[in-house]
Design a protein around this ligand. Structure first.
Ligand SMILES: *[C@@H]1O[C@H](CO)[C@@H](O)[C@H](O)[C@H]1NC(C)=O
Ligand SMILES: *[C@@H]1O[C@H](CO)[C@@H](O)[C@H](O)[C@H]1NC(C)=O
Ligand SMILES: *[C@@H]1O[C@H](CO)[C@@H](O)[C@H](O)[C@H]1NC(C)=O
Length: 201
């Protein structure tokens, strides 16, 4: 009985340090960027924050603006993400120093604007992905974002947020040399900002 409880506590402690991943297996590539956080909030609240692109300027120090547009670049009135949606994403790499809000000035030298395509929206699995709209042989870069619910050792329900992007293609090595450290910083900055934003509610 006592041994059993010790075992349960140990298992829970191990899970609290490394909650199980909800990301799909990674493709091979030239390099991988990653960020994660453990959030003291409900997984559905985290999913709503992650998929509410209109709200990004108010909290996200990396993706300062993320807008669903039509093929001519015009913003759609309904910004609910769907598979096949075209995104115009404006990022700061490295990310701004948090906390940020909609009026936080960007650093023009670190501003990147990309056109991406939403490949996955799985509300039941709390997973989404989008990839750079460029020929895969040149730059193949798909960013995954996943949330999962887990119970920490105090019995509290927490959310594990993970985001990962594998870069491949002929330009990947150059992107790695220029941006790998700053991209890792930016992915982690978004993960931390998500935690701080959700824990404020
Ligand atoms: C998304 O965020 C905006 C801006 O904060 C807010 O007005 C809107 O109600 C949110 N939408 C949803 C579906 O939560
Ligand atoms: C918004 O962020 C800026 C810093 O970027 C800060 O000076 C300002 O007070 C913030 N505004 C609000 C309403 O929090
Ligand atoms: C990554 O790029 C290399 C070289 O272009 C290619 O041979 C390989 O198939 C690519 N990997 C994936 C998973 O697409």
């Amino acid at each position: 009985m006592i041994l059993n409880s010790v075992f349960v506590v140990l298992i829970r402690a191990a899970l609290a340090l490394h909650p199980p991943t909800n990301l799909p297996p990674a493709q091979e590539g030239v390099f991988t960027v990653f960020g994660s956080s453990i959030i003291n909030a409900d997984v559905d609240a985290a999913w709503n924050l992650l998929t509410n692109f209109s709200d990004y300027p108010n909290w996200n120090p990396f993706a300062r603006s993320q807008v669903i547009v039509n093929e001519w670049g015009v913003e759609l009135s309904d910004q609910t993400p769907f598979e096949g949606a075209i995104l115009k994403i404006t990022t700061q790499i490295p990310a701004l120093t948090p906390p940020v809000n909609a009026s936080t000035p960007s650093d023009p030298l670190n501003t990147h604007i990309t056109r991406e395509i939403v490949s996955t929206v799985q509300p039941e699995l709390h997973r989404a992905a989008w990839y750079l709209d460029s020929p895969k042989a040149v730059l193949d870069a798909e960013r995954w974002l996943a949330l999962s619910k887990f119970i920490d050792d105090d019995g509290g329900a927490k959310t594990f947020f993970e985001t990962r992007e594998v870069y491949n293609g002929s330009l990947a090595r150059a992107v790695q040399e220029l941006l790998e450290d700053d991209l890792n910083q930016a992915f982690q900055a978004q993960a931390d900002a998500m935690r701080i934003t959700l824990e404020k509610y």
